[in-house]
Write a protein that binds this ligand. Structure first.
Ligand SMILES: *[C@@H]1O[C@H](CO)[C@@H](O)[C@H](O)[C@H]1NC(C)=O
Ligand SMILES: *[C@@H]1O[C@H](CO)[C@@H](O)[C@H](O)[C@H]1NC(C)=O
Length: 286
C-alpha cells in the first residue's frame, strides 16, 4: 500500500507511528559509537589515552542508557546533567519549547533528540512527518505541522472558520498553497475551484474549524472522496474532521479522523471534541 501510518481516535499523543524496519537502515547512533572507538585508538599519549578511554566508556554508558528508544519521552538524563529539566515524559514539557532552549541543555555531546512535529517516534527515511489538529469549538483555531514547520495555525493568523487546507508537493515536501474556506456563510464555489486545481502528486492536509458542513455540497464531497476521504460523505454542521489525502489516490487514505456533532455527547457546548492526527506519509519517489 502506498500510504502507510497511523491514525488516532481522538486520544492525544499516544499515537504509535507505523515504521518500516527495512527503511530504517543503520542508525546514526551506531556510527557515532564507532567514531568514538576510532578516536580512542588513534590517541598516542598514555595519560590522554586513559582519560579518553574513561570518557568514551562514560559516553557509551550514557548512550546505552538513552538509546533504548528514540522517543523524546523515554530519554532520561542523569540528574547531574540537567538538574532543572522537568520530567521529559510529561506532555507539557514536550509542548513547551522554552524547556529545550540552549541554556537548559545538557553538555553539547548529549543532544536531546526531538522528533519532527513532536511525533512519538521519528519517521523513517523518505517519509514526511505531520500533525493536524482541528479547531476547538469556535474558540481555538486548528493547526498543521508538516516536516516540523507549522504551516497553518492561529498564531500564524492564517486559519479560519470552515475548512483549512494546505497543499504540499508530495516529492519535495514544499508547501504549494494554503487557504481557509468559510463553510458556514462563504461561497462554496471557491472551494470547488481550489480542489479542482490541485496539481498531480500533491498531498492535501485538511482541518475543520467551527462549522465545516453548512455549505457542503455533492461536488465538494466527490472531490474530497477522490483525494481518499471516507468521512466527507457524512460531514455536516459543526462536525470535527482532520484528513490527509493526495490527488489520484487509488485507495482510501488511512489518515483521517471524524467526529459527528451530537448534543448528547459533545464535549463543548455545541461542538464535539477537537481531533488530532499524526503520522508519517511516504514521499513520492519516481
Ligand atoms: C512554558 O514556559 C513559559 C515560560 O517559562 C511559562 O510561562 C509557561 O507557563 C510554560 N508552559 C507550560 C505549559 O509549562
Ligand atoms: C513537485 O516537485 C517536483 C520535483 O521538484 C517537480 O518536478 C514538480 O513539478 C512539483 N510539483 C508541483 C505541483 O509543484
Amino acid at each position: 500500500m502506498l500510504w502507510n501510518g497511523c491514525k488516532k481516535d481522538g486520544q492525544r499523543n499516544d499515537c504509535g507511528v507505523v515504521s518500516k524496519p527495512h527503511h530504517l537502515g543503520t542508525t546514526p547512533w551506531t556510527s557515532l559509537q564507532s567514531v568514538n572507538i576510532l578516536m580512542v585508538a588513534t590517541l598516542q599519549l598514555g595519560l590522554i589515552r586513559l582519560l579518553a578511554l574513561a570518557f568514551a566508556l562514560v559516553a557509551t554508558w550514557i548512550f546505552l542508557r538513552t538509546s533504548d528508544s528514540f522517543s523524546v519521552r523515554t530519554i532520561r538524563l542523569p540528574r547531574w546533567m540537567a538538574p532543572n529539566l522537568p520530567d521529559a515524559g510529561s506532555k507539557s514539557a514536550l509542548s513547551n519549547q522554552t524547556l529545550f532552549s540552549p541554556t537548559d541543555m545538557a553538555p553539547k555531546d548529549i543532544e536531546i533528540k526531538k522528533t519532527k512535529c513532536g511525533l512519538s517516534k521519528p519517521c523513517p527515511f523518505n517519509y514526511f512527518a505531520f500533525r493536524i489538529c482541528s479547531g476547538a469549538a469556535n474558540v481555538v483555531g486548528p493547526s498543521m505541522c508538516f516536516e516540523n514547520q507549522i504551516i497553518m495555525s492561529p498564531v500564524k493568523n492564517n486559519v479560519g472558520r470552515g475548512l483549512n487546507i494546505a497543499l504540499v508537493n508530495g516529492t519535495t515536501g514544499k508547501v504549494l498553497r494554503k487557504n481557509s474556506f468559510d463553510m458556514y456563510s462563504g461561497d462554496a464555489k471557491l472551494l470547488v475551484n481550489f480542489l479542482k486545481e490541485i496539481p498531480r502528486d500533491t498531498l492535501v492536509l485538511v482541518a475543520s474549524y467551527d462549522d465545516p458542513g453548512t455549505k457542503m455540497n455533492d461536488d465538494i464531497r466527490k472531490l474530497f472522496s477522490n483525494l481518499g476521504s471516507s468521512y466527507v460523505k457524512q460531514l455536516g454542521f459543526r462536525d470535527s474532521w482532520v484528513f490527509l489525502g493526495a490527488r489520484d489516490l487509488k485507495n482510501k487514505s488511512p489518515f483521517e479522523q471524524f467526529l459527528k456533532s451530537n448534543p448528547e455527547t459533545n464535549k463543548y457546548d455545541g461542538w464535539p471534541e477537537l481531533l488530532e492526527l499524526e503520522g508519517c506519509v511516504p514521499r513520492k519517489v519516481f
